[in-house]
Design a protein around this ligand. Structure first.
Ligand code: PAF
Length: 279
């Protein structure tokens, strides 16, 4: 992959990367279209498909994370992807003669709260694998989805701090008709759980409505308590965290007004879902 990336670069082709963990759905395909727009018809679009073990903690869903490479390849082909990069764990995390893989990239400020607090080793795995993908593919642009808002902010920071010559584009969240954000993990939502999962979207909508009147501010603690009560009315839902924060710095805010960002993680049955919105 690296040889190919370098040869494209030498030939002056623009290269766009869409990093994914596979089990592709419409939201991924919208990232592919965004990549194509960015690099143009003569550019190269690479989709990486790799369920990265280092971003899962023991006890999380790494082993059962949905994988369907044959289907993913068909979708990529139909979407005009030039190369699918689907490395194995051995290729990504080599165990050489001199021991185990032992170099990691970690962002140490934006990664502290929210997902970082709930999943302490998660972002170190993400930044490490994304740094590796950038070195391997050598893209000029990389496209990430806004559903992982904190992840996108951390990757932008990593790119800035470590001088990666990569432009990061963050594409809007894609939603199902009832508002549920598209995610590979939605596959886990069987039966009535799928219906109950809409509670994340409904909570975001409630927060938006609460600060819709111009100039309205509400103490974050009060709005959190109201949303917590609302989420608790859905039998299968268990709130993991909810945070109101400044969208540029990710710093939590004490007063909620329009323009503040809200992110939340909720277990619906055994499935952990995340979502966010600008209020
Ligand atoms: O957002 C994801 O799917 C993953 O975190 C990523 C960016 C592909 C890294 O494994």
């Amino acid at each position: 992959m690296q040889r190919l990336g370098r040869s494209w670069q030498r030939a002056g082709a623009r290269v766009g990367l869409v990093p994914t963990m596979g089990c592709l759905h419409d939201a991924h395909l919208s990232l592919v279209r965004r990549a194509r727009r960015a690099v143009g018809p003569r550019g190269r679009v690479v989709v990486s498909i790799y369920v990265n073990p280092t971003q899962f903690a023991p006890g999380e869903d790494f082993a059962r994370y949905p994988r369907d490479l044959a289907r993913d390849c068909g979708l990529c082909r139909a979407a005009g992807v030039d190369v699918i990069f689907a490395p194995s764990d051995r290729q990504m995390y080599a165990r050489g003669a001199d021991g185990d893989f032992s170099t990691f990239v970690s962002e140490e400020s934006l990664a502290r709260g929210m997902e970082g607090a709930a999943r302490p080793t998660h972002f170190r795995g993400v930044t490490t694998v994304v740094a590796k993908l950038f070195h391997l593919v050598q893209p000029e642009v990389a496209i990430f989805g806004a559903k992982d808002y904190q992840q996108a902010a951390i990757i932008k920071r990593m790119v800035r701090d470590l001088n990666f010559p990569v432009k990061i584009i963050v594409a809007p969240i894609r939603r199902e008709r009832d508002g549920l954000a598209m995610s590979s993990r939605n596959r886990y939502l069987t039966g009535d759980l799928r219906r109950q999962a809409v509670v994340l979207w409904q909570a975001l909508q409630r927060a938006r409505a609460a600060v819709r009147p111009p100039g309205k501010t509400i103490p974050a603690a009060r709005l959190k308590a109201a949303l917590r009560r609302f989420i608790a009315r859905t039998p299968a839902a268990r709130l993991d965290y909810m945070e109101f924060f400044d969208p540029a710095t990710l710093t939590p805010v004490a007063k909620v007004r329009r323009g503040v960002h809200l992110a939340l993680a909720v277990f619906v049955g055994g499935t952990r879902l995340i979502d966010n919105t600008r209020l």
